[in-house]
Design a protein around this ligand. Structure first.
Ligand SMILES: NC(=O)c1ccc[n+]([C@@H]2O[C@H](COP(=O)([O-])OP(=O)(O)OC[C@H]3O[C@@H](n4cnc5c(N)ncnc54)[C@H](O)[C@@H]3O)[C@@H](O)[C@H]2O)c1
Ligand SMILES: [Zn+2]
Ligand SMILES: [Zn+2]
Length: 398
């Protein structure tokens, strides 16, 4: 049999390639990893699994922390997504301890190496009509996934950030190197991305300017970060509404000019009068609806001026209906309504820029993190979240 020189070279290259290690690793790759698995409603148990053998396209991350999202609490309460057993946690961050040999850069094209701090974003489907033909709207792909909402699989058990290690594996995974952000900023990144995306949606109306009067209704983590994003974007007059004094105080700290406690000012007419009194007598130019409460979603039209706008971002889950009179609420006011749903991977670099801007402007966004819990106390973390005793609750690895 005759073998040409080029064939010999190719065979040698293949053998040498196979001998090369599949992944660059630091000293920190363990044999096993722990996950806090939701095994039944309201039951998170810590379990240990072997770390799978690393493949060429894998990234193994040592988890440093992860925000607890309202979606996690929703799933913990009663498994509405039907994904139990599952390791939750999608607002996470950590340090790369092993990198498959094919991974040369992050999703934004930045170089990546063992030791880098990293966050994950969405897992894109890339194949549906939306992904193929509407690349600016991949957040609307029905199959868009995220680490932290993937049902448990023994073969790859490290799919959620409520764990000691996360294994980034699989087609469509997106991730970003964020070495210059500190742990708190990195744990707030995913939440901030929801609000950065909402501002992008609101900006399609052209109604948000330096002199706009902008109302934010609902001051949970979403509403408070929305205020921070608006401040960083140069909006000076923000009107904030909630029923919890601690949250209203935080809104003031973040830069809201007017705060309204709807539990003290119980009449809608009185609240509308107050909003108009601080917005040129006509009402807010734009409003962000950040509660999941149908009653609040109905009221918001009253605060908005004719020709104003509204972004509905508070109903990530189905909390029911409300009724408005479309003549008064929408048509006669010629209102500009946008919905905002999640975010796309390309909102991440913008959100990193927002976090840097917030730092430069001394917007105290990190004060939103009021409670942290270790891996074996995540049921408690969920309960504190439900009780609204704090603002942003996070898991922080020990
Ligand atoms: N659009 C998205 O992509 C997206 C992403 C994540 C969460 N969300 C949704 O955003 C909403 C807010 O999330 P969160 O984590 O901040 O929740 P949260 O429950 O902590 O905050 C909601 C706030 O609304 C306030 N509120 C309730 N009724 C009110 C009323 N009538 N007037 C004014 N304030 C009222 C509550 O006091 C609370 O502070 C949730 O419903 C969630 O589903 C949307
Ligand atoms: Zn979330
Ligand atoms: Zn798709």
């Amino acid at each position: 049999m005759n073998i040409s020189k080029s064939q010999v070279e190719s065979i040698v290259r293949k053998i040498v390639g196979e001998m090369a290690p599949a992944a660059k690793t630091s000293a920190g790759v363990p044999k096993t990893a722990k996950v806090a698995m939701l095994t039944a409603p309201k039951k998170i148990e810590v379990k240990e699994f072997p770390v799978p053998a690393l493949e060429d396209n894998d990234i193994l991350v040592k988890v440093e922390g992860c925000g607890v999202c309202g979606t996690d609490v929703h799933e913990w309460r009663g498994d509405p997504f039907g994904i139990i057993p599952v390791t939750l946690g999608h607002e996470g961050t950590g340090e790369i301890v092993a990198l498959g040999k094919n991974i040369k850069c992050d999703t934004a094209g930045n170089p990546i190496k063992v030791g880098d701090k990293i966050v994950t974003s969405v897992i894109s489907c890339g194949e549906c009509q939306i992904c193929r033909n509407h690349p600016a709207n991949t957040n609307l792909c029905d199959k868009q996934g995220v680490f932290g909402l993937i049902p448990h699989d023994d073969a790859q058990p490290l799919t959620g950030w409520f764990s000691t290690h996360l294994l980034i594996r699989g087609k469509g995974a997106t991730y970003f190197v964020v070495n210059d952000l500190d742990l708190k900023e990195r744990m707030l990144l995913e939440l901030a991305c929801v609000c950065v995306h909402a501002l992008k949606r609101a900006n399609t109306t052209g109604l948000i300017n330096f002199n706009s009067k902008v109302l934010v209704q609902g001051l949970g983590p979403v509403g408070l970060v929305m205020i921070s994003v608006l401040r960083a974007a140069g909006v000076n007059h923000i009107i904030a509404i909630d029923g919890t004094q601690r949250r209203l105080d935080m809104a003031k700290k973040l830069g809201a000019k007017t705060v309204i406690n709807f539990k003290e000012l119980t009449s809608l007419d009185e609240r509308v009068k107050l909003v108009k009194s601080v917005s040129s007598g006509i009402g807010a130019d734009f409003a962000f609806q950040c509660t999941g409460a149908p009653a609040a979603a109905k009221d918001i039209y009253e605060y908005i001026r004719r020709g104003g706008g509204m972004c509905e971002m508070g109903f990530f889950v189905n909390n029911g209906d409300y009724t408005v009179n479309p003549h008064f609420a929408m048509c006669n006011k010629e209102i500009n309504i946008v919905g905002s749903w999640d975010y796309s991977a390309d909102d991440y670099p913008t959100t990193v820029a927002f976090l840097r801007q917030a730092r430069e402007m001394n917007i105290p966004i990190k004060e939103l993190i009021t409670h942290t819990f270790p891996l074996d106390k995540l049921n408690e973390a969920m309960e504190v979240n439900v009780s609204q005793a704090g603002i942003k609750i996070c898991y922080v690895a020990e």
